[in-house]
Design a binder for this molecule. Structure first.
Ligand code: HEC
Length: 430
């Protein structure tokens, strides 16, 4: 079943931390402290199924239209995920992206996940875009780079030509593919808004948003309208291929986390904000009313409408879990909270290969890699943070060189840490 109107929605990953000082928890068991719901999406072929990605429970799945949720982390090695995308054309195929966990995909509605990072040199995935017309093509923005794959993730190609260097911080990025001829990618970052026709050799910058933090994108394919949400400057829209943007008045200097369009009624638009909850328009954006009845959190990090039921909405908060509405946002009620889980319990449910008895010796310099974030392997971990890097099979070189500046490694230490991580993560399960 397909929605009456094609929508293309930017997949945003808003990250909490913007600098080296991660929130360190006094106790191992304080896993619940930063339970942010970063993205939510309904299964486009099952009305009862919904998925969410979180900062410290990994992936959540609901099989009762969002009333209750369970973790769905089988095959995942990292519990910090920020980006979620579903390609409906592949019956459907799910993708999640996280910090250190890179990109994972599921072809069985989230029951099992496969990591696709073998060739990636950066596993902090901020945003994902899928192309329903080319189901094995995928675009991702990481903390430092932009990549494309044409074969479902076996081979990653650099695709950032023309983009400014990303600051290499965990900020946010939002990405969407605007259908049409040609298809055009739109990327919002802390530095502005960029676009690239998929057949063009490079990205261009959209001048109107120079140095504006572009945090949300959505498009209405039928009306050819592109919506742009910003942090601090509100909402904008334009009809393609017009060049001028209209500024939409919702609230002065609104901070927009997500824009959601009704799949059948072009007049209905929802906006999730940081600090002011949710707003709804029923007249195409001319007027807006708050839609917060029953919500106990005003920082709505993620918002989704179920593709098979336009009255069913989900709101992901920064502190209070997930809320659902069955009446188009008029009323909200909290989903049943997840049982409290400790970080150790969460790590136990991840699929970290059991390490060989003869694991490579840990070089002394590696302790400098424990300065900010932790490691999912308890034998390596000296830092009790909620974000921990897993021992992925991946290309470590770029990251180790990049992180060596933060960890103040000498050239000898760089090579010892690189050698260690490469052999450690390539060891087969023992
Ligand atoms: C001063 C703090 C700090 C130290 C020390 C540090 N990191 Fe990081 N690391 C970060 C931050 C912040 C990020 C997320 C933003 C980014 O990707 O730059 C990150 C991201 C990562 C990632 C995910 C992104 C990627 O490139 O795959 C990995 C893996 C990683 N670090 C490994 C290491 C290793 C190995 C060391 C030791 C050489 C190290 N870190 C030392 C702060 C630090």
């Amino acid at each position: 079943m397909t929605a009456g109107r094609q929508l293309c929605v930017g997949i945003i990953a808003l990250l909490l931390v913007t600098g080296p000082g991660f929130t360190a928890f006094a106790a191992e068991n304080a896993a619940e402290g930063t339970f942010v719901i970063h993205q939510i999406a309904g299964n486009p072929s099952k009305a009862s199924e919904v998925f969410a990605v979180t900062s410290n429970f990994g992936i959540l799945k609901s099989e009762d239209a969002g009333l209750t949720w369970k973790t769905a982390n089988h095959g995942i090695k990292s519990f910090t995920h920020h980006a979620l995308a579903i390609n409906p054309a592949k019956s459907p195929r799910l993708y999640v992206g996280g910090w250190g966990g890179g990109l994972s995909r599921s072809d069985d509605d989230g029951a099992n996940w496969t990591e696709m990072n073998d060739q990636l040199g950066n596993t902090a995935v901020d945003a994902i875009a899928v192309d329903p017309g080319a189901p094995d093509r995928l675009y991702i923005a990481t903390s430092t780079r932009f990549y494309r794959t044409d074969d479902g993730g076996n081979r990653w190609l650099p695709y950032g030509e023309g983009l400014p260097p990303f600051p290499g911080e965990t900020k946010f990025k939002t990405l969407l593919l605007l259908p049409g001829t040609p298809k055009t990618l739109w990327l919002g970052t802390a530095q502005g808004l960029f676009y690239r026709a998929v057949d063009s050799p490079r990205w261009s910058e959209e001048d109107r948003f120079k140095n504006i933090r572009v945090s949300a994108l959505a498009c209405d394919e039928k009306l050819r309208r592109l919506w742009v949400g910003t942090l601090g400057q509100g909402l904008f829209v334009r009809r393609e291929p017009e060049k001028d943007w209209s500024s939409i008045e919702i609230e002065k200097e609104a901070w927009i986390n997500q824009i959601v369009l009704d799949p059948t009624d072009s007049g209905i638009i929802y906006v999730a904000t940081r600090g002011k909850g949710i707003f709804k328009s029923t007249d195409g954006g001319k007027s807006w009313s708050p839609a917060n009845t029953g919500l106990d959190d005003s920082d709505i990090r993620s918002l989704a409408i179920h593709p098979l039921n336009r009255s069913l909405l989900f709101a992901g908060t920064t502190a209070k879990g997930i809320y659902r509405s069955t009446d188009g946002g008029a009323h909200w009620s909290p989903s049943q909270p997840l049982p409290p889980l400790t970080i150790s319990q969460i790590i136990e449910m991840l699929s970290i290969p059991s390490l060989p008895a003869a694991r490579p010796a840990v070089p002394a310099a590696f302790s400098k890699c424990n300065g900010c974030h932790g490691w999912t392997d308890p034998a390596l971990n000296q830092k009790k943070t909620y974000w921990r890097v897993p021992p992925n099979l991946r290309d470590w070189a770029e990251t180790v060189v990049r992180m060596s500046e933060r960890a103040h490694l000498t050239p000898d230490e760089i090579s010892s840490v690189l050698k260690f991580l490469t052999s450690y993560s390539r060891k087969p399960s023992g």
